[in-house]
Design a protein around this ligand. Sequence first.
Ligand code: GAF
Length: 381
Amino acid sequence: MISQLTQIFYSYFASTPLIAFAPGRINLIGEHTDYQEGFVFPAAVEQGIWVGIQKNGQKICRIYSMDFDQEFTFDIDAFSPKKGHWATYVMGMAALLQQSGYEIEGFDMVIGGNIPVGSGLSSSAALSVAIGTAISGLFDFQIPKKNIVLYAQKSEHLFAGVKCGIMDPYASAFGAAGKALLLDCRSNTHEEIPVNLGEYSLMLVNTKVKHSLADSAYNKRREACEESVRILEPNFPGIKTLRDIGVSDLEKVEKLLPEGLFPKAKHVITECVRVHEAAKALQSGDLKTFGKLLNASHQSLSQDFEVSCPELDFLAEIAQVLDFVLGSRMMGGGFGGCTINLVKTSELENFHQTISAGYERTFAISPDFIPVKIGSGAHLL
Ligand code: GAF
């Protein structure tokens, strides 16, 4: 990728770029908790986005996307990021950096990557983090990683319309090889936990569907959580988010919340506990318990939080009953994308065949299998 990107950069712009890399992410457990300042347990993967960048001495930015095989040019002093175009991610980060006082001059950029599109590995967060890292490096801004993460999150809110939490850009920026990040989304700090899976491997299965309601449903779930907090606050003085409520209070919470809201609040409250239990299980090498927690997370996301879909439920459910699979659950925002599975390495071929056959028979779609290894976070090359 690096030599291909460098060559393409030279052929378009006749100069040699500075290259930044930012990885995609998986999430072991802790779904739809980040925007309630809860706990998540993601990790960076080896697949990611590479951005080549160089100053051009002009007032324009010229970008070429290898994936789309398209060019895009904008005026650095007058541009407006619009939803729905890949170049919006570049303009979004550039706009936010400019607003924060960073004086960006004209640049040329080539973007390439190897994250399967729509797989749920969070290619958009990786792209924004790679762009932030590249611009910071080129102009020697020395932007702290945490700020790049916050700009990437804000760009997604403002220019993609998804009110996402901090997990995806955080994992992309701070990932560490072989380690998952036990991330506290209130303090935005993390602890690195080594991921030793022994004779097991992580395997993603891509449903290859993305249901169209995904973005609006995501925002609605977030609003539902905020609404629950407003209703609960008089009886739980001082709570800021659902993260502040413990499982021992679930009975009380059930009495206070309307029927539609309680299961969603319950998901967030119980999922935060599962994250800690999963981190503990992983640290003590108890992969069975770890796997059971993944299954419980899926059940909660599907039944209580209602962010799964028939394709994800099918994949998780058939995987969970295989005796060489310790755990399986939907990963990410939901309504499509991937499941994450903990599969005995010697049975990967068997897993592939069993899951493919069942999924093809039921949905007439051949699922993709994406092996993942935990890699390091964003950096300049
Ligand atoms: C998406 C969002 F971008 C994350 O912030 C997180 O909320 C996740 O869905 C669900 O856990 O990936």
